[in-house]
Design a protein. Sequence first.
Length: 202
Amino acid sequence: MSFQIPLLSDGTLTLRPHRASDIGPVYSRSTDPLTRQWTTIPLEYTESMAAEYVAAIARDQEDAISWALEADGAYAGSLDLRFQGANSGNLGFVTAPEHRGRGLMSRAVALAVAHAFDDLGWDVVTWTANAGNTGSYKTVWRNGFPPPIAIPHFLPHRGKMVEGWISSLTAQDPRKPAEPWAEWADVAGRLPRVSPVRQPSE
């Protein structure tokens, strides 16, 4: 089945389908150094690649919903809600550099999670990120995601499998932080870890 792209809003932030006018801003945020550090967007990203990307995600997809964030009449980022089977999905998002630090993506995640649970009837939404990406975790922390688990060799990144963080929220969980952010400000150093499985001969 195809997932439609609903228009969602909390009053001043809107999640909408991508459109042609987003191509330039998508290209700009995709070539931003911080975006390159934490995502797998190709390093040789071009504006024509941005145009192809926008065209592909601006329509209904079989396994995902892709929204553009709009704030103050401008493109502010992209958010994906990806279906992964078993009545669950995962989040992916990138904030445009000029809109970072405003809490917009946390609000967008709130809208997307509410749609997943309240409209689509999903049971679980999962978030993953490369280990050390505390900014990304803070985005989902504001929506109730518990402290993540660190898993070695978990996520592909530029030809390597790197340590990743994972956290999940269920439909029954509160959608607000369980602890003040100060409790998790040193999250990277206090994460529970999953040790690599060793073979008997090791």
